[in-house]
Design a protein around this ligand. Structure first.
Ligand code: ADP
Ligand code: MG
Length: 249
């Protein structure tokens, strides 16, 4: 692909993606284009395939059929670490900090991983990069404490900080707000809003519908591995099939 064509391609293009576990079809012919800079909400009842779709985008799962194209390049067969280097980062539904390390050390691991030779060469530059991420995510005052001392909401923020440390073009947040109180949900939502911008797309998976509504420019709803609705948040929420999927009928 020429660079001009790559510039016109959507950030992420998923075409006909199918994922099976044995005879069970977890994703069934899913296709979607997501442009750079979009705030994209991904919803669907438990077991509808949201996390599976994220695994297929991040490379944790191989797919049976279909393609994942990122910045105009087919990455369907690329291993996860190379997708990270190309600009795909995700936070996990259950935070997975390196527990024996401080907050800053956790972020440093991610900075080191994506730092190419010559870039951020000195220890001071890398420390500055870490502190700048911690400042953006509201964790600067926690830099030198052990992750074991963080509260749940701070751990969720650190997950997002670790993802940001790889300087992604696509940030995927998988239920970063689950189990938090109302005001903590607002804190994480405000953080995601403040991180979003023209040069990064965010896919937010969330069960808290008010958060999805406030955050998303577009929402996609999965049910049993299929896209059942895609569009403006209010339209998708009002869709009869979406309401039925959530009622479990
Ligand atoms: P969601 O994130 O929407 O709650 P998932 O993507 O985690 O749903 O799961 C979709 C379906 O695929 C579920 O029925 C789940 O049990 C199944 N599934 C997910 N991961 C695996 C796996 N590694 N092995 C077998 N089945 C799986
Ligand atoms: Mg999930």
């Amino acid at each position: 692909m020429t660079s001009a064509a790559a510039a016109e391609a959507p950030l992420l293009r998923i075409g006909g993606l199918t994922k099976r576990f044995g005879g069970f079809i977890a994703l069934d012919n899913v296709s979607i284009d997501i442009p750079l800079g979009e705030r994209f909400g991904l919803i669907g009842p438990n077991g509808s395939g949201k996390t599976t779709l994220i695994h297929c985008i991040s490379g944790a799962f191989r797919t049976e059929a279909g393609t994942v194209v990122f910045l105009g390049e087919d990455i369907t067969r690329l291993p996860p670490h190379l997708r990270t280097r190309r600009g795909i980062a995700r936070s996990f539904q259950i935070p997975r900090p390196f527990k024996s390390m401080t907050v800053a050390e956790n972020i440093m691991v991610a900075v080191d991983f994506t730092t190419v030779a010559g870039d951020l060469a000195s220890a001071a530059q890398r420390r500055d990069a870490v502190m700048s991420i911690l400042t953006r995510t509201g964790l600067a005052s926690k830099a030198d404490i052990s992750t074991a001392k963080l509260s749940q909401v701070e751990l969720r923020k650190m997950e997002l900080a670790r993802a940001m440390a790889t300087r992604p073009k696509l940030l995927i947040s998988d239920e970063a707000m689950a189990g938090l109180s109302g005001s903590e949900v607002d804190e994480v939502l405000d953080l995601l809003m403040s991180l979003s911008g023209q040069d990064m797309t965010i896919i937010m998976i969330e069960h808290i519908m008010q958060a999805v509504m406030r955050f998303s420019q577009r929402v996609m709803c999965l049910d049993a591995g299929k896209i059942i609705a895609l569009g403006a948040p209010a339209e998708v929420m009002a869709d009869q099939r979406v309401q039925e999927a959530y009622l479990g009928t």
